[in-house]
Design a binder for this molecule. Structure first.
Ligand code: HMG
Ligand code: MG
Length: 288
């Protein structure tokens, strides 16, 4: 697909969830709400707000219901949450989430550390969650973590990523997010993985999620754009990390992605100045 045929790129703003989940200091729910509201006002059409996970696993997300109840919902914005199991899904429904995310992995060890089960077990756990979401008309994203490498296992074969992606798709996920959890990917490796996944799905369903540990996230996004991907996750001020992925630094900064997309002639409907302001604001709250 040529760039001129599809000049719009969807940016999913993940700073309230992936950006904050690894911050050691627990922020007040009101601060998280303030961040989400600033992002809604900046023009994002999709915001990943929080996670309905075990508060022992991720203490920062323990206030998920409180945050979801207090955000100002702008019509047309998709407010999504992470749901590892049916319990999380039920909480997401009660919180009126527009979309959920089941998060799997292409690495057995990361799967165990992150959600305490094997890849096969995780897929069995996701199946009823995805079915329940579809029955309620709630959009479902399936994430494949460690798609470009694992902090415990090292290299991950693109064929494994494609297999997990294919299973998530087959159980009914609307969208697949292919994640470089530790920011280890290069443009060539990114291309290989995305090409493998494109063998099992349409490019319109693919999202790229890049952490920027080695400063290569923008180059990896460029490689994805060249393949026709038009949806990426990004995090204001480059906040981010995963408690179960040692060494991984922040997500790719939304501000940088917006600059790159504009330079390449893509539109997003997002106000860069407002994102910069939101990023500054949340950085100040984290430093308070
Ligand atoms: P488990 O220990 O196997 O599950 O954990 P369990 O059913 O035995 O429950 C353990 C405890 O969690 C129990 O509490 C449950 O009640 C509670 P206790 O009796 O010990 O007091 N619990 C829950 N509480 C709230 N909401 C729930 C829930 N489920 C159980 N939904 C489990 C399995 C999945 C629950 C756990 O491992 C967990 O919550 N993991 C969360 C992991 C996580 O959030 N990781 C970060 C997000 S993934 C990521 O960042 C990657 C991504 O950005 C993409 C990328 O970059 O790769 C998406
Ligand atoms: Mg992540």
């Amino acid at each position: 697909m040529s760039e001129s045929a599809a000049p719009f790129v969807t940016l999913v703003e993940v700073s309230p969830r992936d950006g904050l989940q690894n911050e050691p200091r627990i922020l007040a729910a009101a601060v998280k709400v303030g961040l989400v509201d600033r992002l809604s006002a900046a023009g994002f059409r999709a915001i990943e707000v929080t996670s309905f996970v075990s508060p022992k696993a991720v203490p920062q997300m323990a206030d998920a219901a409180e945050v979801m109840a207090a955000i100002h919902r702008v019509p047309g914005v998709r407010y999504s949450v992470l749901t590892p199991n049916l319990r999380g899904f039920e909480a997401a429904v009660a919180a009126r989430a527009d979309a959920i995310c089941v998060f799997g992995s292409a690495s057995e060890t990361f799967s165990q550390r992150n959600i305490n089960c094997s890849i096969a077990e995780s897929l069995e756990r996701f199946r009823p969650v995805v079915a329940a979401a579809r029955a309620r008309g709630i959009a479902v994203r399936g994430t494949v973590s460690c798609a470009l490498g694992c902090p415990y296992e090292g290299e991950i074969a693109p064929a494994v990523v494609a297999r997990v992606a294919g299973e998530l798709l087959a159980m009914g996920c609307d969208e697949l997010s292919i994640a470089d959890t530790i920011g280890i990917g290069t443009p060539d490796a990114t291309r290989r993985v995305m090409e493998a996944v494109l063998a099992v799905t349409d490019v319109a369903r693919l999202n790229g999620h890049f952490h920027d540990t080695y400063g290569r996230a923008l180059a990896n996004i460029d490689a994805c754009l060249d393949l026709g991907l038009r949806s990426f996750d990004a995090s204001a001020a480059g906040l981010g990390g995963c408690p179960f992925a040692p060494g991984a630094t922040g997500n790719v900064a939304t501000e940088l992605v917006l600059e790159r997309l504009a330079a390449r002639g893509f539109t997003t409907g997002i106000d860069l100045a407002a994102v910069r302001e939101a990023g500054r604001w949340i950085r100040e709250r984290l430093a308070d």
